[in-house]
Design a protein around this ligand. Sequence first.
Ligand code: FAS
Ligand code: PHB
Length: 391
Amino acid sequence: MRTTVGIIGAGPAGLFLSHLLHQNGIESVVLERRDRAYCERRQRAGVVEHGVAEALRDTGLGERMDREGFRHDGIELRFDGRGHRIDFPDLTGRHVMIWAQTEIVKDLIARRLADGGRIVFEAEATGIEGIESDRPRIRFASGGAEDVLECDYVVACDGFHGIGRTSLPEEVVRTYDKVYPFAWLGILADVPPSCDELIYARHERGFALHSMRSETVSRLYLQVPADTDPADWSDDRIWSELAARFELRESDWKLGTGPITDKSLTPMRSFVTEPMRHGRLFLAGDAAHIVPPTGAKGLNLAMRDVMLLAEGLRSWYGTGDGAGLDAYSDTALRRVWRAEHFSYWMTSLLHIDPAATPFDKRLQQSYLEHIAACRPAAAQLAENYTGLPAV
Ligand code: FAS
Ligand code: PHB
């Protein structure tokens, strides 16, 4: 099998890259180890940054998002029994869209197949070879047989557990890793959201987040110990803990509850691989970096990586100008590290570290009060949350 760009992974990064390349007349093949149903139902991100929503609209993928998704002009920070709204348009002129990653993946798969794109499901990449030559290739297993995809460039969009990162020569790779002593227990519930915008709560008992997927489905998370088994958390225990953490004094606000339809644990990690390119191999998305989901950056970083890479490939194949490809890693990493810091900062501000001292906790409260009282501090959060302009 041969193509121009061999892409490993049919997550948002791999699919959006394939879509962008197609729009620029560049052929690609996506190799995905799971089946289509698995890719489309995997519960993950929910917030789309302003610039990424614009990119989806500009490339013909915004229609269902604008019809079924939610435009959000702010979030609420809730602490010490009080709520404080961060007003995005007032502080930045931007907003975000609440549009689930599952829906983005569904639309991308449907669009790629409608456009004649090649996505080989249940095809596991087992090796990447020749990345220092001009004829790299991907070995993969499909239907019980071994096969090879020859291409000009390989883009590993295969997530944190893929083979892309480990295919970079050891002597050139630098990795940066921080594992947090807690995780998120995430639930989907058949209950209308109890809020119009997301609530990020810092409570002595731990962090909680109220998000949503539709007018009848809520998405909520609560901080739990890193080694938590979701099976130890009954529905009643989850709702009771969430209600405690969202407490709001001097208000008749109540957390609505309902049947929980999905429960999953998300580990909290900050991770960066440098560089994001070696020879004919590029890394994009979670294959190169991981952020704790507190800042809602994971999905958006992945989309931004491939927007940048697609532009570099467009220039290369259009005019022979390789400057965009040569600058990809450094340019992408500037945004990655900004998002890494913001995600770390939001996580540290809102979660209760088991090792935190009373001094640490007073610092958290002081910073939250500063954000509530000081416009520039609130603007800094809003700028990062809604997505920094292209670097
Ligand atoms: P993905 O991991 O989405 O996709 C990689 C794809 O590559 C997968 O389909 C995988 O099957 C495939 N693959 C792997 N190895 C392969 C191989 N050898 N051969 C072929 N295919 C292979 N981000 C947020 O912003 N908010 C959130 O709330 C949030 N929640 C998350 C919850 C969980 C459990 C996880 C793991 C991540 C979460 N994230 C969240 C981050 C998440 O949204 C990622 O940033 C996003 O999925 C990144 O997209 P990709 O880079 O495409 O990687
Ligand atoms: C979600 O809706 O899944 C979501 C929203 C905001 C976050 C993380 C997850 O920071």
